[in-house]
Design a protein around this ligand. Structure first.
Ligand code: ARG
Ligand code: ZN
Length: 885
C-alpha cells in the first residue's frame, strides 16, 4: 500500500524491447504486448517476475516463448500478474489484455475524450493498459501498431517515427511507430481519432529539419498558432542557452479537452490539456498566453530533462520536474519581462507552496514515502524543486551551473538516475563540495531565517548576524513537519547588497577578504553565522535575499518603514524593490486585521493606506500593477494564528476601498494612459501585457468604489472589449462593483456569446463560483446542472469547485455550508475521477490555519469523508494524513 524511498531495489528483470499491438474498438480494445525480457539478477537465482496491472485490465492470454503459459505457473490479482518461475536467461513474454477506454473516467491509461482515444501514463497509468513492469528504471525500446476504424479514427499516432501503415479488414486501417530511444513506460503515448493538424518546421542548430505538428478537433485548429510559435521559440532557446538539440524528425502536440493535469511530455507525442494549447486574443487572456508559452516550453524541455535522462524511481520526481520548471521559468523570463516573471513565481510559491509546507501533507522535494504517487505532483516537488535548482545557480553562478548541466547530460544520457547524481554532476563539474545542499532534498518545511544588523561608527564595520533552524538554536526557527520533529541548518545563499543613506551602493569587503563589488552571495550554512563588512562609512540599509535567492521566510529584525521606503526608492535589484512595497502592504494588512479583531470593526481606527499610496507613487512601469496588488490572504495567515478568513477578507475590501478613494485620480490616469488606442491590434508582448495589467488592476480598484459612473464605464468596456483580457476583467470588475442590475444581464450576454466555446465558459463558471456574495453556494449547486458544466471534465471541476473554494465568504461561511458542499463534491467525484477528487479534498488540508469553530467544521467534513466506504487511495491518503496531524 505504501511505497518508501529506503526500500528501493533494482528490478529483477529488464524489458529490452516491447512490441504493442492496439486493436481499438467502439467498446472493447484489445492490447497485445510482446516483450523481450532479460534477467537482471544473479545467475544462481530464479526470482518471480511481477508485472503491475489494475482492476480495469482483463487478462486474455499469457505466452512464454510462444507457448501458452499453464495456469499454475502464474497468478493474476487486481494489483498485477506474477510469473512464478520464469525461464532462465532471456525470454519472450506475450500478454493480451482487454480494456474499455470509453468507460474510463479516471483519465489515466487509455481513455476517450470527445470521441478520440488518448493516453496518460505518468505516473502509473501504463498498468491500466497492459501488465508491465511499470517503474521508470525499466527502459525499453518500443514499436507500436495501432489499428482502428478508418472513418472514426483517420489519425493514428504514437511515439517516435512512422515506419508503416496500411489498410485492414472491415473498413479498418493501421499505422506502425518505432521509437529509437529507450524509455520508461510512463512516456508511452497513443492518440487515435478524428483530428485536424497544423504543420510547421524547425531547423535545428546542426541543420536537421524537424516537422512540428499540432493536432486538435476541427473546430479548434484555428487557435494553435501561438502554441506553434512558442514551440519554435522553446527549441531555439534550449539550443542557445543549454546547447540541447531536438533528437527526432517529428514533434507532435495533441490537444484534448479532458485531461487531469496541464500536459504530458510523452516522447515526441506531447498531449496537452486544450486550455494550454488553444488561444486567440478574443478567447484567451494574457495569463492564458503566458501559461501556454510556459507549458509548451516545459513539455518540450522535458525531452532532455526527463526523457533522455529520466528518474530512477518516483521519489526522484523533482529531478525532472524541479529542473524543468526552472528551465521553463528561465525561458519565460527571457521571452518576457524577467522581473515581472520572478515576482509572479515567488508570489505563487509563497501563497501556495509555503502553505503546503505548513500543512499535514508537508513533504521534502524528494518525498520519502507515498500511498498514491499522483498526490505528490505538488507545488513542493515542482515549484520548491525549481527554487532548489536556483540555489545551485546562486552558488555556482550561471556559467558554473551550465558546466554542471553539461556534465549531467554527458554522464547520464539514456539513464534513469537520482537527485544525488544531479548534485554530484554539479559538484564535480565545478570542483565544489555541494553536500551542504543535500539537506534541501530531505527536509520538509520552509526554513526561517532571521537577520540582525549592527553598525559600528567607531571602526566602520557593519555586521549581519543570521540565525536559522537548528536543534541547538535557542528558538526553533524551522518548525517541525509531520514525521520530521527536528531540522538541521541548510545552505542558504543570500544574494545581497548594502545601500548608503544617499541611495548609492556600498562597495562590499568582508573582514579579511577581498573586495566583492556591490553585490555578493553570502553562504549561510550554520544555525548562527555572522558576516562583518569593513570600510562602511555610514550605517547602510541592507538589501537581502535579492531575487529571492532562497525559498525561506526571512525576517529582518528592526526593519523600519523608512528602511523599506529607502529600498523601494533605491534598490538596484528589481525584485527587492517590489518586495519592499510588498512587506509594507503585509504590515499594513496585519495591523488592520489585528485592530479589527480587537475592536470588532474593520478600519474603525481609521488606519489608512498611506504607506501603500507612497508605494504606488515610487514604483515604475511594469511593476505598478503589482505594486497595487495586495498580498494573498494565505501569505498573511502565516503570522495570524487561528485566522478568521472572513474578517481578513473584509480587511482586504476595506483597504481596497481606501486605496481606491485616495488614489482615484492616479487610478483614472492609469486607465487613460494605458488604454488601447481605437483599432489597436492585440499583441502578447511584455509592454502590452504590462499596460493591460495596470489598466485592469486600476479598473478593479475603481470598481470597489461602488460609484454608478464607474459601473456605467465598466459596462461600456465590457461590451466594447476587443480581447478576452479586457472582456473578462471588465466582467469581473462589474461583479466587484456589485454590478447592480447590470451584472446578471452581462453574465447572460457573455454566456450566449461564448456558448460554443467550452474554454471561455470555464472563465464564466469560475467567475460566478468565486463570488463573495453571501449565500452563493446555492448558485454554485445550481451551476452543476447547467449545460456549461460537465462533472467528468476536470477543467470544469477546477473552475467551479476550486473557484468556489477561493471565496472566503462562501467556502468559509460560518454555518459550514461551504465545507459541506465541498465534502459532497469530494465524495461524488471520487466515484468518477480519483485524481480530481483528491485535488478537491486539498481545500480542507489548511484547516489548522483557521479559528476553532472552522477547524471543527472542516475536520467534521474530513471525518465524514474518512468514514465513507470505498474511498480511493488518492483521497484516503490526504484525508488520513490530515486527520492525524
Ligand atoms: N509530467 C507532467 C508535467 O509536468 C505531469 C504529469 C502528471 N500526471 C499525473 N498523473 N500526476 O508536465
Ligand atoms: Zn513537468
Amino acid at each position: 500500500l505504501r511505497a518508501a524511498l529506503q526500500d528501493y531495489t533494482p528490478p529483477p528483470y529488464l524489458i529490452d524491447s516491447v512490441h504493442l499491438n492496439f486493436l481499438l474498438g467502439d467498446t472493447v480494445t484489445r492490447v497485445e504486448s510482446c516483450m523481450q525480457v532479460l534477467p537482471n539478477h544473479a545467475a544462481s537465482e530464479r526470482p518471480p517476475l511481477f508485472l503491475h496491472g489494475c482492476e480495469d485490465v482483463k487478462l486474455v492470454a499469457v505466452k512464454v516463448n510462444g507457448e501458452s503459459l499453464p495456469v499454475e505457473q502464474y497468478e493474476v490479482e487486481s494489483s498485477g500478474l506474477t510469473l512464478k518461475t520464469p525461464p532462465a536467461g532471456a525470454f519472450e513474454l506475450e500478454v493480451h489484455t482487454d480494456l474499455h477506454p470509453d468507460q474510463n473516467t479516471s483519465l489515466e491509461g487509455l481513455y476517450t475524450s470527445g470521441g478520440n482515444f488518448c493516453t496518460q501514463c505518468e505516473a502509473e497509468g501504463f498498468r491500466g493498459i497492459t501488465f508491465f513492469m511499470d517503474r521508470p528504471d525499466v527502459m525499453a525500446k518500443y514499436t507500436t501498431r495501432i489499428e482502428a476504424d478508418k472513418a472514426a479514427c483517420p489519425v493514428l499516432l504514437s511515439n517516435g517515427n512512422l515506419v508503416g501503415s496500411g489498410e485492414a479488414e472491415g473498413g479498418r486501417h493501421f499505422t506502425v511507430w518505432e521509437d529509437p530511444f529507450r524509455k520508461p513506460c510512463y512516456l508511452f503515448a497513443l492518440v487515435a481519432g478524428d483530428l485536424c493538424m497544423k504543420e510547421d518546421t524547425f531547423t535545428t542548430c546542426s541543420g536537421r529539419s524537424v516537422a512540428l505538428r499540432i493536432f486538435t478537433r476541427a473546430h479548434d485548429i484555428g487557435r494553435v498558432d501561438f502554441a506553434m510559435q512558442s514551440l519554435k521559440r522553446s527549441m531555439k532557446w534550449d539550443e542557445e542557452v543549454f546547447g540541447l538539440e531536438y533528437d527526432l524528425d517529428l514533434f507532435n502536440i495533441v490537444a484534448v479537452d479532458d485531461f487531469n493535469m496541464g500536459a504530458m511530455e510523452n516522447k515526441s507525442l506531447n498531449i496537452f490539456n486544450s486550455r494550454l494549447v488553444l488561444a486567440t486574443p478574443d478567447t484567451a487572456t494574457d495569463g492564458d498566453f503566458g501559461r501556454i508559452e510556459g507549458v509548451v516550453g516545459h513539455e518540450y524541455f522535458h525531452n532532455w530533462t526527463g526523457n533522455r535522462v529520466t528518474c530512477r524511481d518516483w521519489f526522484q520526481l523533482t529531478l525532472k520536474e524541479g529542473l524543468t520548471v526552472y528551465r521553463d521559468q528561465e525561458f519565460s523570463a527571457d521571452m518576457n519581462s524577467r522581473p515581472v516573471r520572478r515576482v509572479e513565481d515567488v508570489c505563487r510559491l509563497r501563497a501556495a507552496q509555503f502553505q503546503e509546507d505548513n500543512g499535514p501533507m508537508a513533504h521534502p522535494i524528494r518525498p520519502e514515502s507515498y500511498i498514491k504517487m499522483d498526490n505528490f505532483y505538488t507545488l513542493t516537488v515542482y515549484e520548491k524543486g525549481a527554487e532548489v535548482i536556483r540555489l545551485y545557480e546562486a552558488v555556482l553562478g550561471k556559467a558554473g551551473f551550465r558546466k554542471g548541466m553539461d556534465l549531467y547530460f554527458q554522464r547520464h544520457d539514456g539513464q534513469a538516475v537520482t537527485c544525488d547524481d544531479f548534485l554530484a554532476a554539479m559538484a564535480d563539474a565545478n570542483g565544489e563540495d555541494l553536500s551542504a545542499l543535500a539537506k534541501w532534498y530531505s527536509q520538509a518545511g520552509t526554513p526561517r531565517l532571521s537577520v540582525a544588523a549592527e553598525y559600528s561608527p567607531a571602526d566602520k564595520t557593519y555586521t549581519l548576524r543570521f540565525k536559522q533552524a537548528s536543534c541547538g538554536a535557542r528558538r526553533l526557527l524551522l518548525p517541525p513537519t509531520p514525521g520530521q520533529p527536528t531540522k538541521d541548518p541548510v545552505l542558504i545563499p543570500v544574494r545581497m547588497g548594502l545601500l548608503a543613506p544617499d541611495g548609492g551602493e556600498v562597495p562590499l569587503k568582508l573582514r579579511g577578504g577581498e573586495m566583492l563589488g556591490s553585490e555578493a552571495v553570502l553562504r549561510v550554512t550554520k544555525a548562527e553565522q555572522e558576516f562583518v563588512f569593513e570600510g562602511v562609512e555610514q550605517a547602510p540599509v541592507p538589501s537581502l535575499l535579492r531575487g529571492f535567492s532562497a525559498p525561506v521566510h526571512m525576517t529582518v529584525e528592526g526593519q523600519s518603514d523608512e528602511d523599506l521606503l529607502h529600498l523601494l526608492a533605491h534598490d538596484t535589484d528589481s525584485f527587492n524593490r517590489w518586495e519592499a512595497g510588498h512587506v509594507l502592504a503585509k504590515k499594513l494588512m496585519r495591523a488592520l486585521y489585528a485592530a479589527a479583531k480587537d475592536s470588532n470593526e474593520v478600519g474603525g481606527r481609521g488606519l489608512g493606506g498611506t504607506g501603500m499610496v507612497c508605494v504606488y507613487a515610487r514604483v515604475d512601469g511594469a511593476f505598478k500593477a503589482f505594486a497595487i496588488s495586495l498580498p494573498e490572504n494565505s501569505e498573511l495567515m502565516d503570522k495570524i494564528p487561528e485566522a478568521d478568513p472572513i474578517l481578513l477578507h473584509e480587511v482586504r475590501e476595506f483597504l481596497t476601498r481606501q486605496l481606491a478613494a485616495r488614489l482615484r485620480p492616479e487610478l483614472e490616469a492609469a486607465v487613460a494612459e494605458n488604454d488601447s488606442a481605437p483599432g489597436e491590434q492585440y499583441e502578447f508582448t511584455a509592454a502590452a501585457c504590462a499596460r493591460r495589467a495596470l489598466k485592469n488592476k486600476a479598473l478593479g480598484y475603481l470598481a470597489a468604489l461602488g460609484d454608478p459612473g464607474v459601473t456605467e464605464q465598466l459596462l461600456h468596456r465590457f461590451r466594447g472589449a476587443t480581447n478576452m483580457t479586457d472582456e473578462i476583467n471588465a466582467l469581473a470588475a462589474l461583479d466587484r462593483a456589485g454590478g447592480g442590475s447590470a451584472l446578471p444581464a452581462a453574465l447572460t450576454g457573455f454566456y450566449q456569446k461564448w456558448e460554443q466555446e467550452p474554454l471561455v465558459l470555464l472563465k464564466w463558471l469560475a467567475l460566478q463560483a468565486g463570488s463573495n456574495v453571501a449565500g452563493n453556494v446555492a448558485a454554485v449547486r445550481r451551476l452543476m446542472a447547467h449545460p456549461a458544466f460537465h462533472i467528468t471534465n476536470p477543467n470544469s471541476c477546477y473552475s467551479l469547485f476550486l473557484g468556489f473554494a477561493r471565496s472566503p465568504v462562501n467556502f468559509h461561511a460560518a454555518d459550514g455550508s461551504g465545507y459541506e458542499f465541498m465534502g459532497d463534491v469530494v465524495l461524488q467525484l471520487d466515484k468518477i475521477n480519483h485524481q480530481v477528487a483528491s485535488r478537491m479534498v486539498s481545500a480542507f488540508t489548511t484547516f489548522k490555519n483557521y479559528d476553532q469553530q472552522r477547524q471543527a467544521l472542516m475536520r467534521a467534513q474530513l471525518q465524514r469523508i474518512m468514514d465513507t466506504e470505498g474511498l480511493s487511495d488518492n483521497v484516503f491518503e490526504i484525508v488520513s494524513k490530515s486527520l492525524k496531524a
